[in-house]
Design a binder for this molecule. Structure first.
Ligand SMILES: Nc1ncnc2c1ncn2[C@@H]1O[C@H](COP(=O)(O)OP(=O)(O)O)[C@@H](O)[C@H]1O
Ligand SMILES: N[C@@H](CC(=O)OP(=O)(O)O)C(=O)O
Length: 546
């Protein structure tokens, strides 16, 4: 006899089961619903599987599936009344630094969460306001100021004052963070004594931001009578590489995190409040961070781990916008994006999302909603696998400034093969990504090596303007873009369409870049001229439509 199990939106279906299995179903529903793999198992394996589920209380197993038709019939017959089981965790809500910058903001966010009674969220928080930046500045100062002056570091005083004031205003006991503040000062003292800040120490240091914001938030929820439980991501299974300041999340994270959060939730329904941005190095066992803005990635990782129905990232803007609002205040929200578009946008410099954050959501096909915690009624941006591209022309304009361009001209005979291979192998040997040479030391090493085979010209102070949109209409987009460049008298120095289906990048001088973005934005999103042209060409308008 064969048993078929199927996981679908937090439901486990069990075909051909004996009553014995049905008894276990309630329990296994939580344990088994986060893997999207399918596999048939026979009766004996299934029995063993459930026995193991019972023994370990925190298992993760492959989900098994019957043919769709069998599953549908079985679902109808057995579980039609159980589709929304009360009490399951439903979504992730991530709030960035700006959303939890003060006691007042935290209170608003708490009310916002409670205004969705149908949701049982896992909450991910960043550090309060600009705490991460302040911690980094404090550490820089500690390196040079001498240990006796650490207590005078302005940023340390600011961090202490902000957190103590918040705790006081929320009416919570100081003890939720006082130990962390003391430890933080001790760590800064250590840095000052050693006159050195390693990347490992830097990660430990910035972790205080998220560790404190989540403790304050959870304590406040508990104080007002909503059960909450604080988690440090590095203690619940977020395992990463040991690349301090830019660690990568390892696969083992998914089952571990799901297991921990589900079993705690099953035992006691307290809202999980998880630190964003942090992990634990797999070899070192030390605290790592996921790169700036990494809390978005924490949120999508949890969403995938638990197979939740939605991941919400709450920011201080009405969603992903047509360009950076600090460059052009006329930026408008983009209602829909694909994962691919959101990834390109983030990768090419839109600060609104972490560049790697879409990956887990994409893998598990979980929609990501970008919302404004200051304006919750705004619809925000919905990011999903597909959207209707027939109406999409240009989605967003992204600017990355202060780029150095390298002009590499071969000193060998024209047409000599292998030149490009050599160029790329130099980057590979140095372990440096071609388009992201981050530090000037890296650049010096690259130039030294390239200088052996080519004449290398450094062209600093350049900007990359990325046009994220529907490359199917690339000629129309470029025609419009170039007419803007011509009108504004700007010479484009390089253009790259690359393999991406959604992005075209252009390089201009830094000094001209912002003016270009504004003019492009006007042409594509404000003037209506693209719509006319598009209509003449038999296609439709530029997004967003509103
Ligand atoms: N295309 C864009 N759409 C929306 N915001 C953008 C865009 N480009 C840059 N930003 C900036 O990103 C900020 C939001 O991201 P971030 O500061 O990481 O938020 P949070 O800290 O709340 O997670 C906005 O305040 C805005 O200034
Ligand atoms: N606090 C970290 C992580 C983060 O994601 O922050 P935010 O959500 O405020 O961008 C940072 O500033 O990088």
């Amino acid at each position: 006899m064969s048993i078929a199990l199927h996981s679908c939106n937090s439901r486990i279906l069990c075909g051909g089961c004996s009553n014995e299995f049905n008894k276990n179903l309630q329990f296994s529903r939580f344990q088994l619903n986060f893997r999207n793999r399918h596999q048939f198992v026979d009766f004996t394996s299934c029995r063993r599987l459930f026995a193991a589920v019972d023994r370990r209380k925190s298992p993760f197993f492959t989900i098994c599936s019957a043919k769709d038709a069998d599953v549908a019939a079985f679902e109808e017959a057995n579980f039609s009344s159980e589709k929304n089981v009360d009490g399951e965790l439903t979504c992730v809500m991530k709030f960035g630094g700006s959303s939890v910058a003060s006691a007042e903001r935290m209170t608003e966010v708490v009310h916002l969460i409670l205004s969705f009674p149908e949701e049982r969220p896992i909450v991910v928080l960043s550090a309060m306001g600009k705490t991460t930046n302040n911690l980094l500045r404090a550490a820089e100062k500690a390196v040079s100021c001498g240990h006796s002056s650490v207590s005078e570091i302005e940023e340390l005083a600011f961090i202490k004052e902000l957190h103590l004031r918040t705790v006081k205003e929320l009416g919570i006991d100081n003890s939720v963070i006082s130990g962390h503040l003391e430890e933080l000062e001790l760590l800064l003292n250590g840095i000052a004594r050693l006159k050195e800040l390693t990347l490992r120490t830097q990660d430990k240091l910035v972790s205080f931001g998220e560790c404190m914001s989540t403790r304050i938030f959870a304590a406040y929820l508990n104080k007002i009578g909503t059960k909450a439980r604080q988690y440090d991501a590095f203690d619940i299974g977020f395992v990463t590489t040991d690349d301090f300041t830019n660690a990568e999340i390892l696969e083992a994270t998914y089952p571990a995190v799901a297991s921990k959060l589900y079993s705690d939730w099953t035992n006691d329904h307290a809202i999980p409040i998880v630190t964003g941005f942090l992990g634990k190095g797999c070899k070192s066992g030390d605290i790592t961070t996921l790169g700036r803005g990494g809390s978005d990635l924490t949120a999508t990782t949890i969403g995938r781990a638990l197979g939740l129905k939605e991941i919400q990232v709450w920011k201080d803007v009405d969603g992903v916008l047509t360009c950076d609002p600090t460059i052009h205040p006329g930026a408008k929200p983009v209602p829909y994006l694909t994962f691919e578009e959101a990834t390109e946008l983030a990768y090419f410099g839109a600060q609104v999302l972490h560049p790697l954050s879409m990956r887990p959501a994409m893998d598990a096909s979980i929609p990501v909603r970008v919302k404004n915690s200051y304006n919750p009624k705004a619809p925000g941006t919905l990011i999903a696998r597909n959207r209707d591209m027939t109406k999409a022309l240009l989605t967003s304009i992204v600017l990355k400034q202060n780029i150095t361009m390298l002009d590499i001209v071969s000193t060998r005979m024209l047409g000599q093969f292998g030149f490009l291979a050599k160029v790329f192998s130099i980057f590979e040997d140095l372990g440096i990504s071609v388009d992201v040479v981050a530090t000037s030391e890296e650049l010096d090493r690259v130039i030294e090596e390239l200088g052996k085979i080519a004449v290398v010209k450094l062209l600093p102070h350049r900007s990359i303007i990325s046009l994220i949109g529907n490359i199917q209409y690339s000629s129309l987009i470029l025609e419009k873009a170039f007419s803007v460049f011509r009108r504004t008298n700007v010479n484009v120095q390089m253009i790259s369409q690359g393999a991406s289906k959604v992005n075209m990048s252009l390089i201009v001088n830094d000094g001209e870049a912002e003016q270009c973005v504004k003019a492009l934005h006007y042409a594509f999103f404000e003037s209506g001229e693209v719509s006319d042209a598009a209509l003449n060409n038999g296609i439709v308008e530029s997004v967003p439509a509103n």
